[in-house]
Structures are given as C-alpha cells and as structure tokens.
Write a protein that binds this ligand. Sequence first.
Ligand code: LMR
Length: 330
Amino acid sequence: MKKLLLLFFLALLGGTAQAEYVIKFSHVVTPQTPKGKAAQYFADTVNQRLKGKVRVEVFPNSQLYNDNKVMEAMRLSSGKTGLMAAPSLSKFVKFSRQLQLFDLPFLFHDIGDVHKLVDSPIVEGMLDPLQRKGIKALGFWDNGMKVFSIRGDKPLRKTPDDFKGKKFRIQSSNVHAAMIEALGGTPQKLPFKEVYTALAQGVVDGQENAWSNIYSKKFYEVQDYISVSNHSYLGYLVVVSAHFWNSLPADIRDQLTAILKETSVKARQYAAEADQADRRKIEAAGKAKVVELTEAERAQWRAATAVVEDKFRDRIGADLLKKVHALLGH
Ligand code: LMR
C-alpha cells in the first residue's frame, strides 16, 4: 500500500514535467535580453496553460544550436519533440530572398517604421518561401536599431576614412557584407557566440548590433567607441518545424498561436525597455565611449550605402521594395 501511494505521488510530481509534446526553444542570446525574456514568457505561459499537453524548454546562449544550424535541425526534426527558434531576420538568407529587405541600411528610420511593415499584409508574401522549405513562421519579435562599435583611437564618423582597413564582424547576411564594403570596411561573417572572443583578440576590429546584445555579451568591454548610427534593424522571426506544427492537434495549435500573439506584444515591450536601459548601462560602465553622429555624418553614411539597395533590388523584388517604400512614405 505504502509503495502504491509513493508511486501515486511520484506520478503526480512527474505530471508537472510530463507532457505529450515537447518544444525545445533554442536561442543564442542571454536570458536577460528581449528575445531571452520573450522565449521564457512563452515557455512559462505554455507550461502553465497547456500543462500535461505541451512543455516548452528554453536553451539560451547557443547551448543547443547556433542560429544557422538550428534551421537545418528544424527541417529534419520529427516526432513529438519540436524545435523552435527566433533567429534574427538576417539569418534567413537561404530560405527567403525577400526577407533580406529587413537588412537594408537606412530603409527603416526607426522601430515605428518596422512595425508598419510587420503589421501589414505585405509580410505574408515574404514568409511563403519558408513554408515550402519546412519552416513555419509564427511571428516577429523586436530587438532594436543597430549601432556600430570599434576598437581604436577614434570613433566611426566619416565614411570611408574611419572604416578603411578595419574588419567588422557581421551576421551571415550578404546585404550586411555589401553595406560594410560600401562604408569602406571589410566584412567578416561570424556566428554570434564567437563575437566576443573575436573582438577581444583583435580578429575583427568592430561590429554592429543592438544595445542589448552589446551589453549582455559585454562587447562594450572590448571596444573603445560606439557610434549611434541606428543604420538598420535587428529583429527576429519566430519559427518552428512545419512538420511538427502540422502534426499538432488543431486545438493545441490554436492555443499556442494565441500565446505567441500575446508573447509578441510582450517582446516589443521588452525590446523598448532594453534599448534605453542597456545603452545607459554601457554609458555608466565608462568603457566604450558612446558618440552621436551629426545629421551630416548620418547623411554621408546613408549616401554611401544607397548602392546596397540598388544591388539587391532584383533579388529582394523590385515590386516588394516599391510597396514597402510607399507604405513607409520614404
Ligand atoms: C547576431 O548574430 O548578432 C544576432 O543575430 C544575435 C541575436 O540573435 O540577437
């Protein structure tokens, strides 16, 4: 009898951890960043509301996969364990030519512009190619506008002079590569988890990222200057294996969709908070000096990088670009 009771209690305890479906949420940033917080909010909400049916486990800091590998693993995954991730939009180059639009320099003046686009029906067409490649897109999460950091005796202000002879870490985006070249520097693609060491050891001189990544991964400790360029956007697409998603019972899918919608609203809030707070923390640390660009300097960067849109117009889609410019009004 005692043994039976014990087994019963163990089963009850185990019940909190057992679930019919498991979702592993893999990401590359720290739990304190906007994406880290959003992933955890999603996990906590699912684990509470869909207890026994679905359990979400979050793996931060590239513990499980880096962003390029996660997409391959996602396409191959099967069974009752699904893989989910929110790679930056720049990392979808192999899966959707249209999504490269998000990488264009100076296309979005601010986050408000990005929201105009992702809240419009225009994005649907940009996501179609993913589905055909086994990836289901579930929503957009913000990080923020990117700024440039550099090691050396002066900040990045003038193009091409201040970029000449300098190597910049970029994500796996050809648009970013073209942008760095247009600014006068040399691009080097590296996975996120290698950036700190590459900066610390001088493998690269600088990088571009949102404030929360520069803060949480301590890039500011191994850089001398940060130029507030806000030259382009860093944001994420939440994705899951289409095979896994389609195999879920419809009611579970609906509940997950509703929770994701709720999470995406939270993600915008986390991003807006981090953007201000992490910049202030970097300034307070007194390691990298933060410099504002003058209007004239920004105009010079914008003019120098205009060639990037010309170069990628056909790949991204001239019609799509026209529609987006019309939507944004510039
Ligand atoms: C990067 O590689 O710099 C970013 O995409 C990392 C991230 O996920 O924010």
